[in-house]
Write a protein that binds this ligand. Structure first.
Ligand SMILES: CC(C)(COP(=O)(O)OP(=O)(O)OC[C@H]1O[C@@H](n2cnc3c(N)ncnc32)[C@H](O)[C@@H]1OP(=O)(O)O)[C@@H](O)C(=O)NCCC(=O)NCCS
Length: 184
């Protein structure tokens, strides 16, 4: 198989992205046309693991990555640039009416060029397609200012509460629970 086809097989998700997906991708096309978008597969899950361990202060174990394949594939998304995985989100339906964002990462060198915006718009689009979903929520370390700015300023998440002793291995150990309501 020619190299470019192999790469498409690795990263491409659906043959025909719908209108909302195309719109979500538009934000990135301003920066480059070398981005591609995909689902998490057995072939790229290792790269997602490396990305998350590079970007996040907490490390996820095997069950986290295995769990991606127990759920519908729409609950995880990656962005690659020239075959390098540069962004990824993993989320899940944690009760009948809410989604929980489990991990959200963009490679440092690629930040502030709207990869996070694409990924969040992807999650919002999935949520909007599910009439039962009323909110999206997540936990963020209290000192993670850039992520808090991203969620609250760029996407209108609000702070629901501060949870003390949330992280076993981080100091401070507190997180904020942030939430965004979904209107259909
Ligand atoms: C948070 C994160 C995912 C944002 O990804 P990103 O691709 O850089 O975000 P975008 O380029 O889409 O930014 C969209 C907007 O969010 C806000 N924002 C993003 N990063 C910001 C920062 N460091 N400081 C202030 N505002 C920021 C800005 O309003 C930005 O718009 P602008 O660049 O036009 O000003 C990224 O910084 C990251 O991976 N951080 C490390 C991992 C992490 O903390 N994940 C969250 C765990 S809960």
């Amino acid at each position: 198989m020619p190299k470019h086809e192999k790469s498409q097989e690795r990263y491409q998700i659906e043959e025909k992205p719908d209108e909302k997906e195309l719109k979500a991708r538009e934000v990135l096309s301003t920066f480059s046309n070398k981005f591609s978008f995909g689902r998490v597969t057995i072939k790229n899950v290792g790269a997602l693991r490396v990305l998350n361990s590079t970007c996040l202060p907490v490390h996820y174990r095997n069950w986290f990555y295995d769990g991606i394949f127990d759920r519908e594939e729409k609950y995880a998304r990656i962005v690659s640039f020239n075959d390098i995985l540069v962004g990824g989100v993993v989320f899940n339906k944690d009760d009948v009416s809410s989604y929980y964002i489990m991990s959200f990462s963009v490679l440092k060198q690629f930040r502030r060029c709207k990869i996070g915006t694409y990924l969040m718009n992807y999650v919002l689009n999935v949520a909007k397609d599910d009439p039962a979903i009323k909110r999206i929520h997540l936990n963020v370390h209290v000192i993670n200012k850039s992520a808090i700015d991203f969620y609250m300023n760029a996407f209108g998440f609000v702070q629901k509460k501060r949870i003390e002793k949330y992280y076993k291995t981080l100091k401070p150990s507190s997180c904020y629970e942030l939430e965004k309501e979904i209107t259909h």
